[in-house]
Design a protein around this ligand. Structure first.
Ligand code: ZN
Ligand code: ZN
Length: 341
């Protein structure tokens, strides 16, 4: 944590900016009630005449299963209360990160929390937390997918269904530490799908507890809610028109990051933009010559239907071209994990 003291000159500059910055919501909490269904619809639409159509249709089936799981298994009240306690416990923490203020309008406008509140370990090894809501979500997803699954997906699902709760926790912890070899690319999308629904439900619960209201510093490579890396960036239409938000690969929240700045190393000098079709393409990549990474950006003004995970998945040809140029992807798609050994 650092405290930065501004000079009088900087203060007046900062005040000049505040009128604009203050109107930009720093964070858009996820809304799981709608997002998975919309993703499934988008994936189905993109699958038509797509060379990877079968995989996109499989991804749509998984997104539909996530939609039903979040609907049938809402976040338990006990977990909601734990989130409220986590927020309160962070009340006195540093304030150069995202702040959440009380939702009640008559409450004191003091910072209530210093995110990421959710952390990345999920308290999976906490014996006092035997409920394992995320595993209920996983089993619901497996139960929905199994009757329609062909080999080899069927045997992966059957294998996961028989895996002990403790072993599932171990696999989940490894995934959350980006240790993909332990899990294997066959099981990873299903475990991540359940963890993602769980974290999206937590994020939605947080949004009912408070309201993100403040700037949260410069280091914006990771989700301020759960600490995960993004899938891609989305340049919005509507009330946030023209603003870039990074979309979390886990909890599905979005956070604001200014445009024309590398979201990985924050340099601005060597950015290039790439697309497969034309300059008017709805999916482009922003690469950075300073750190050698790239991130894909989806432009709602070019296509209002773009969806973070779906359009990122459907544009893997762009990834292939960029990787040929020696650029490294700085983001994660929950449906394309690196292959295990
Ligand atoms: Zn997140
Ligand atoms: Zn960079």
């Amino acid at each position: 944590m650092t405290i930065r003291i501004l000079s009088q000159e900087e203060l007046s500059t900062e005040r000049g900016k505040t009128s604009t910055v203050g109107q930009i919501p720093p964070l858009l909490f996820s809304a799981p009630a709608h997002l998975y269904r919309r993703r499934a619809e988008r994936l189905s639409a993109l699958a038509v005449k797509h060379p990877f159509g079968d995989y996109l249709r499989f991804a749509a089936t998984l997104a539909n299963a996530q939609h039903h799981a979040q609907h049938d298994h809402p976040l338990p009240e006990g977990e909601r209360q734990q989130l409220a306690h986590a927020l309160a416990a962070q009340q006195a923490a540093a304030t150069d990160n995202l702040l959440i203020s009380p939702a009640r309008t008559n409450a004191r406008r003091a910072p209530l929390a210093h995110l990421p509140v959710l952390g990345t370990d999920l308290d999976l090894r906490d014996e006092s937390n035997p409920h394992r809501h995320w595993q209920q979500l996983l089993h619901a997803i497996i139960a929905e997918l199994l009757p329609q699954a062909d080999e080899p997906v069927r045997s992966v699902l059957e294998n996961l269904a028989k895996t002990s709760a403790g072993e599932l926790d171990t696999l989940a912890s490894a995934l959350l530490e980006y240790d993909f070899n332990v899990v294997g690319s066959d099981k990873a999308p299903f475990i991540w799908a359940a963890l993602g629904v769980y974290r999206a439900q937590c994020a939605a619960a947080l949004s009912s507890l408070g309201q993100a209201e403040a700037d949260y510093g410069e280091a914006r490579q990771h989700c301020p809610v759960c600490g995960c890396v993004p899938v891609c960036g989305v340049v919005h239409l509507g009330t946030q028109a023209g603003l870039r938000y990074l979309h979390c690969a886990l909890c599905e929240s979005e956070w604001h990051v200014v445009r024309v700045k590398c979201s990985n190393c924050e340099q601005t000098g060597k950015l290039d933009y790439w697309s497969l079709d034309s300059e008017q393409a709805a999916v482009k990549a922003e690469s950075c010559g300073d750190c050698g990474s790239y991130i894909k950006l989806l432009y709602q003004e070019k296509d209002p239907q773009v969806e973070a995970v779906a359009d990122d998945l459907a544009s893997l040809f762009l990834d292939a071209q960029l990787e040929e140029k020696g650029l490294l992807r700085s983001t994660l798609n929950p449906l394309v994990f690196p292959a295990g050994e």
